[in-house]
Design a protein around this ligand. Structure first.
Ligand code: HEC
Length: 143
C-alpha cells in the first residue's frame, strides 16, 4: 500500500476499534455474570453467613490473618481453616478457647468473647468461604 495514512483510514480504525472492543466488553461481562453464581454459591448466602462476614470485618480478622490470600501474614489463612480444624465445631472450639493472657513465647490469637450465636455465624461464614471456587487457593491444607 502506498500513499499517506488518510483521515478516513484513521476514522475507520477508530470506529472499528471502538465497536470491536465494546462488543468484546459486552461478551466478557455476559460471560462473567454466567460464571459467577457457579463459583461463589451465592444462593447459599444465608443471614447467618452475612452476620459471620460482618463479625469477621468489624473485628479485623484480616489484620492478622489472610482470607483467600488477602490480609496480613501474622496468622494462618482463614479461607480453608474449616478443613484444617475439622469443621464448624473445630472453628468454634478454637476461637472460644483462646487464653485472655495470650500464649507466652509464641504468636497468639486474642480472646474475643463471642456469644455462641456469633461463633456459629463465624463458623458458617468460614464454611461458605471454603466452598468458593478461587482457583484452589490456598494451594495446600496448611494455607
Ligand atoms: C492479633 C492477631 C489476630 C487477630 C485479630 C485474629 N487472629 Fe485468629 N489467630 C491468630 C494467631 C496468631 C493464630 C495462630 C494461633 C495458634 O496457632 O496458636 C490464629 C489462629 C486462628 C484460627 C485457627 C487457624 C488454624 O489453622 O490453626 C482461627 C480459625 C482464627 N484464628 C480465626 C480468627 C477470626 C475469625 C478472627 C476475627 C474474629 C481472628 N482469628 C482474629 C491471630 C489473630
Amino acid at each position: 500500500m502506498s500513499g499517506a495514512f488518510t483521515k478516513s483510514m484513521a476514522r475507520n480504525i477508530f470506529y472499528g476499534g471502538t465497536v470491536f472492543f465494546f462488543l468484546l466488553f459486552l461478551a466478557l461481562s455476559f460471560d462473567t455474570h454466567q460464571a459467577l453464581p457457579k463459583r461463589d454459591h451465592r444462593a447459599e448466602i444465608t443471614p447467618q453467613v452475612v452476620h459471620g462476614k460482618k463479625l469477621v470485618e468489624v473485628n479485623n480478622c484480616i489484620g492478622c490473618h489472610t482470607l483467600m490470600g488477602e490480609g496480613a501474614y501474622f496468622a494462618p489463612e482463614l479461607g480453608n481453616a474449616i478443613t484444617r480444624l475439622g469443621g464448624r465445631e473445630g472453628i468454634k472450639g478454637f476461637i472460644k478457647s483462646r487464653p485472655v493472657e495470650g500464649i507466652p513465647g509464641r504468636r497468639s490469637m486474642p480472646q474475643f468473647n463471642f456469644s455462641d450465636d456469633d461463633l456459629e455465624a463465624i463458623a458458617a461464614y468460614l464454611e461458605h468461604i471454603n466452598k468458593i471456587d478461587d482457583a484452589n487457593w490456598p494451594p495446600n491444607i496448611q494455607g
